[in-house]
Ligand binder design. Structure first.
Ligand SMILES: Nc1nc2c(ncn2[C@@H]2O[C@H](COP(=O)(O)OP(=O)(O)OP(=O)(O)O)[C@@H](O)[C@H]2O)c(=O)[nH]1
Ligand SMILES: [Mg+2]
Length: 238
């Protein structure tokens, strides 16, 4: 756990609970500022959350490559260490910034607030924020995003929505990745969908494989459906 979010604290201790409440309150205020900035520039911001290795960066690499002629993108990468993911995004030709959280296990709104001015984000664009791989703490921290995407992979087991309910209840959409591996793993797709819906009845679910490309079109259509109406017109003027 990380010191910042306080999830290693004794939750019977009133003082520590108050500190956690203050941190989240401060974060929510900063998230509102980010949201105002995104709204003013007509930027559709998405927060990608998942356990480590579910395929967030791979999903981005493929999306940025396949849709580069249709939509404008930028990416913020969050990891404890390394610029590996930012390097992968940079290779697609997309504007990217890396945030290293050190011992921290999640991004917070203040980190985003201080990163966006240097990025010179375009109006009418999409900003992907890839959070630190962690199914617990990132659920608590609003970054000012419009939508939260929880990515899971079929190798993680179909019980994860029940074991990590906060992550699933705070998300708008769930991408179930690596379906190319379904023949090789014990994973009940109907069960995971039922578990996810139990946690969040409004959760949209898309099954796909970044490797084979199966289901990617559904993801792209969802993405395009969320983009503000004038963006697609503007993108054709490029
Ligand atoms: N078989 C298969 N492998 C995949 C798929 N998508 C991603 N992978 C692999 O899964 C591994 C992890 O992918 P990443 O995209 O780095 O995962 P991530 O969620 O960004 O990981 P962190 O940033 O460390 O949390 C890599 O070896 C990918 O090649 C998929 O659809 N099918
Ligand atoms: Mg990654």
């Amino acid at each position: 756990m990380c010191v910042t979010c306080g999830c290693d604290t004794d939750h019977n201790d009133k003082k520590l609970i108050n500190v956690e409440r203050d941190i989240l309150h401060e974060n929510n205020l900063m998230a509102q500022r980010n949201r105002g900035y995104f709204d003013a520039k007509n930027i559709f911001a998405l927060n990608l959350v998942s356990s480590p290795g579910s395929g967030k960066t791979t999903l981005l690499e493929r999306t940025l490559t396949d849709l580069k002629d249709e939509l404008r993108f930028a990416v913020i990468e969050g990891d404890q260490q390394t610029a590996n993911d930012a390097d992968r995004i940079h290779a697609t030709g997309t504007k990217v910034a890396q945030i290293n959280t050190g011992k921290g296990c999640h991004l917070d709104a203040d980190m985003i607030f201080h990163t966006i001015p240097g990025m010179k984000l375009e109006e009418n664009s999409i900003l992907f924020i890839e959070n630190v791989g962690n199914l617990v703490c990132p659920a608590m921290f609003d970054l000012g995003e419009q939508d939260r995407v929880v990515v899971m992979s079929v190798t993680e087991g179909d019980d994860k929505p029940l074991k990590y309910p906060d992550m699933y209840s705070s998300a708008n959409i769930c991408v179930i990745n690596k379906i190319d591996l379904l023949p090789y793993v014990k994973f009940d797709m109907d069960a995971v969908k039922a578990n996810a819906k139990k946690t969040n009845p409004n959760l949209e679910i898309i099954e796909l494989s970044c490797t084979s490309g199966e289901g990617m079109e559904t993801w792209y259509n969802w993405l395009k459906s969320k983009v503000p109406a004038n963006e697609s017109e503007l993108s054709h003027t490029n």
